[in-house]
Design a protein around this ligand. Structure first.
Ligand SMILES: [Zn+2]
Length: 419
């Protein structure tokens, strides 16, 4: 049924970044009206949003959702050890374990107000089943790498192509992924680019995450990863690259020139002690589209975008000795509208004609008082917690209502098969 949300403080995230008290009408899966009047409507579910914020749901642009059951198992280790331990755990997994682990992660995401995620993993066909059960929106990129390094059965690019070719109705959009330069040859990158063009799908990859990975590459190839990937023609507007911590100003300019998008994963980078904060202010100055990702539960260890926004802001501003190098409005843009633009989907803004991916945050809790139009964005970033997220609507469906997830319960999915 259609939904009418009344009398809430709307953070639109539109081009003028308007914030006002008003009403939102959802017809089917589309936002039909946003404004101060009550529009004409048929039968609707009415939600009273007095003393509540109405805003776009968060879009998490880097996850490995099937690793949600790995939380706490990969701590206090550097990326190399982390990857070795991850493949050991991966090798023991069953399809049921991947499915249940994905449900756990999606439960945590919906609970904290995330309405879309961009995933990088193999077995995206199983993850897709979890996505469909929960109603979340997902961009699923099947990870590829050189065959000698993979735990996948069969050829990774062939597997990705088969996944892309299968049917994906509803809220799933297939993509292709690349693990990273430490396990992917030029041939792998170029095949991925070919598949992306053939099926018109986007590409997701890890890029320049750690200093070691970059320096190893420079020693071998005598050029930096972004320079190399630009030279071989891999980088373009369809690529969303996670991390980009160890990039030079010249590489930032190449990211900008090629239209490559960046997913900034501040918590994961700090947890793996990558030893630096991504040069986000320089990316913004050079008009690179930056969005936010949590990375996996192994390297975060949560999938909470409220935490991700807060830590991203604190880490970059502290790093540069200035509390306004990246402003709160820019951080919120990264968690919502920038991600929608990066994914080329009508999400991340509350606007007529856009997909109805909306969250409602209750302001009648001590941690959110006082909230006014002037401080609403700061309060969402620095004070809000998942308990404040009262409603989550994805593709016009209410999936969290009155603070409870409506259509599935993570407690039923405890069999993770590898512990
Ligand atoms: Zn990752």
């Amino acid at each position: 049924m259609d939904i009418l949300i009344k009398n809430g403080l709307i953070i639109t995230e539109n081009n003028d970044r308007e914030i006002f008290t008003g009403n939102v009408l959802i017809e089917g899966n589309i936002i039909k009206y946003v404004g101060k009047d009550i529009p004409e409507h048929g039968d609707v579910i009415e939600i009273n949003a007095e003393n509540k914020i109405i805003m776009p749901g968060f879009i998490n642009t880097h996850t490995h959702i099937a690793m949600s059951g790995f939380k706490g198992l990969l701590d206090n280790m550097v990326l190399n050890e982390f990857l070795i331990k991850t493949s050991e755990l991966d090798a023991k997994r069953t399809n049921e374990g991947i499915y249940n682990s994905s449900l756990l992660g999606i439960n945590e995401m919906i609970n904290s107000g995330t309405t879309s995620f961009l995933d990088l993993y193999y077995s995206e066909d199983i993850i897709e089943k979890a996505v469909k059960k929960t109603g979340i929106r997902a961009f699923l990129s099947w990870a590829t790498l050189d065959e000698e390094f993979t735990t996948q059965k069969g050829n990774p690019v062939g597997n990705a192509e088969n996944f892309i070719k299968s049917q994906h109705p509803g809220t799933v959009e297939p993509m292709i992924g690349v693990q990273g330069i430490y396990v992917s040859s030029d041939e792998n990158y170029l095949k991925v680019r070919e598949v992306s063009e053939k099926y018109n799908v986007k590409i997701h990859t890890h890029l320049s995450e750690t200093r070691k990975e970059v320096y190893d590459f420079v020693r071998e190839k005598k050029e930096r990863p972004v320079e190399h990937l630009h030279k071989i023609g891999f980088l373009n507007k369809n690529v969303i690259a996670a991390h980009c911590v160890w990039v030079t100003l010249n590489e930032i300019k190449l990211l900008s020139k090629s239209g490559t998008k960046v997913s900034w994963n501040a918590i994961s980078n700090a947890k793996l002690a990558s030893g630096g904060t991504a040069p986000v202010p320089e990316m913004l100055l050079n008009n690179v589209n930056v969005s936010l990702g949590t990375d996996s539960s192994g390297s975060n260890n949560s999938l909470n975008m409220l935490e991700e926004m807060k830590f991203s802001s604190l880490s970059i501003n502290n790093d540069r000795w200035s509390p306004a190098v990246v402003k709160s409005q820019e951080i919120l843009d990264m968690a919502t509208r920038n991600a929608g633009i990066a994914l080329n989907k009508n999400i991340g803004i509350i606007k007529s004609g856009y997909l109805a991916d909306i969250i409602i945050i209750n302001l009648r809790n001590a941690n959110m008082i006082p909230t006014t139009p002037q401080n609403a964005i700061n309060n969402v970033i620095f004070s809000a917690s998942p308990e404040n997220v009262e409603y989550v609507i994805i593709n016009g469906e209410i999936v969290k209502s009155g603070g409870k997830i409506t259509n599935f319960n993570a407690d039923n999915f405890m069999n993770l098969n590898y512990l």
